[in-house]
Design a protein around this ligand. Structure first.
Ligand code: NI
Length: 192
């Protein structure tokens, strides 16, 4: 397993429409493991393949509370073995949202491709999603709360949509401008 680098805005690849996966094979499973490790390392609760530059319809999610992330102040450095019991990953291949509730829910969202930026986003509170799991089996899941928000956020990624597309244009333009500027500064470092 390896930790890969996460693509940031304004990279245009984040706007690419992802294609369905045709076969769940060893190569895909290895990629899923890399995605999961990258997501845990970030740390984040969801990741779409396109954020690693792969335009395929694959999502990893784990919304279970992971206490070890706050252990730093105690000087506790939990090993991988100790972290495992907290983990409850879900792999969604070719996810499709087939139903969304009428009731909205506002959640302060962030995104690993837009680090350290958070904004309130309103989405349907509950949703139902069909997908293929990493054993190649068809599954259906009804989600509410944070899991529902996370699924909708990640499925958006597969369609080239970012959470900042759900906020005001003024706020969106500001955050894109900020990231465009820092991307330019990072480029300069490579040249100089
Ligand atoms: Ni995101």
């Amino acid at each position: 397993m390896s930790i890969k680098s996460i693509i940031l805005i304004p990279d245009p690849i984040l706007r690419v429409q992802s294609s369905p996966v045709e076969r769940v094979d060893d190569q895909l499973c290895r990629f899923l493991d890399d995605m999961l490790e990258t997501m845990y390392d970030a740390p984040g609760i969801g990741l779409a393949a396109i954020q690693l530059g792969e335009p395929i319809k694959v999502i990893t999610i784990d919304v279970s509370p992971r206490e070890h992330e706050d252990d730093d102040e105690n000087g506790v450095d939990a090993s991988d073995e100790e972290q495992e019991p907290d983990r409850n990953p879900i792999f969604l291949i070719n996810p499709e949202i087939v139903w969304q509730s009428e009731t909205p829910r506002v959640y302060e969202e962030g995104c690993l491709s837009i680090p350290e930026y958070f904004a309130d986003v309103e989405r349907p509170d509950a949703c139902r999603v069909t997908y293929i799991d990493r054993d190649g089996k068809k599954q259906e899941l009804e989600a509410t709360g944070i899991l529902s928000t996370c699924i909708q956020h990640e499925v958006d990624h597969l369609n080239g949509v970012l959470f900042i597309d759900h906020i005001s244009k003024l706020k969106r333009d500001m955050v894109i401008k900020k990231f465009t500027k820092s991307a330019r500064q990072a480029d300069r470092k490579f040249i100089g």
